[in-house]
Design a protein around this ligand. Sequence first.
Ligand code: PLP
Length: 455
Amino acid sequence: MHQHDTSTEVLTQAVVRYAVDRVRLDPPPLDGPRTLTELRAMAGRTVTPQGLGGLEALRVFGDVLAPACISVDHPRFLSFVPAAPTEASVLFDLVVGACSIYGGSWLEGGGAVFAENEALRFIADAAGLPAEAGGVFVSGGTAGNLSALIAARWRWRQRAGGRHDRTRGLIISSKGAHSSIAQACRAMDTDEVQVTADAEGRLHPEHLRAAVAALSAEDRDRVFAVVATCGTTNAGVIDDLTAAADVAAELGVWFHVDGAYGGAGLLAPSVRSRYDGIERADSFIVDPHKWLFAPFDSCALLYRDPEVARRAHTQHAEYLDVLHGGEAEWNPSDYAHHLSRRARGLPFWFSLATHGTDAYRDAVETTLAVAKGGARLIADAPHLELIMEPELSVVLFRRVGWTGQDYQAWSDRMLAEGQAFVVPTAWAGEPVLRYCVVNPRTTLDDIRLIVDSLA
Ligand SMILES: *Cc1c(COP(=O)(O)O)cnc(C)c1O
């Protein structure tokens, strides 16, 4: 298994060719899910004492398993938050896998960590965070939000000098916040006050202040963070970050900004002013695997004062202590709830280094223009109604006269026909349609196809 012989050579050619052919497909087939029973029958037994051989295992993957995975980068995959990794980033992902890099410490992975930190610096600059800001790439927004809030709670307890070591903490977020915030609170045994959002799902400054005013003195003492979202997942709207930062400052607590989806909009001059206040964040996340054209899985987690995060997260063990205590080296393991890690920021870094940051700015603007152009098509279509003007690249709309079942039947048919993947969502308790554009290959004609299919 560990020597390179002629059969490995054959397999190398086949695997690399498979990967390169997939990257070349424009567009890739949309594909679609199969049931467990279907996959059992089609794939047969794959893990056997003697092994299938690499070429046969690759055949099973290519013929049976890959087609049972929807291509997230298809230009008409517009559900949830799609992905659209650049060719450079996907190809470099192969290299990262081949290089056996341990991305947790400077001692073992310094070259990779250096490059990842360059990419993090680019994001920190886009957000206007200070020169000392820094962080780490984690698996996704869920891991990033949890790690940021663990650091926030650590600082609150530290500042309380022991008074809050056993106090259950409390965070203030909004109804528009992503489910991973509530999940982080469950994991941390923390309470969450979700402030009522405005009609479009933004954190509402007056409701925020009212919610704080309504807290008992004891509860106010338990608050350790205010969480705002720049780009809610369901509606793509940006909270009033300045108001949220003000409230966090008045309470003397941590200000966390979740930009897992929408943080990429920082690069687009056309919407940049909407993010004012983000430069005051104590922590900020954005997923390059969403709207920054990197492969899964990748979330950039940044801290204003990384030293707080390091003290909150560093693991101590006899066998690890050799990693600590050198000069001011950067050990990515110390900045999140993890230890071993893939250098998962490298595909993003490689693509940034290849194409330059202007290309990223332009690509984000392209997707914004298509999303907004599509909203105009919807507003002009007699059979459709736009629910709100899009602020970023999420568009919510309804088909006049349709029920939830009608939406689902249409959505299933579009996927079965390989046309598009657009699933219904809910807005104000009503089933509606939603699309999210993060793929620069998605064109206005793609949206037109969807609009016409709903007539
Ligand atoms: C997608 C998303 C998350 C979760 O990110 P994962 O990478 O899926 O874990 C968190 N917050 C927001 C706003 C998101 O859009």
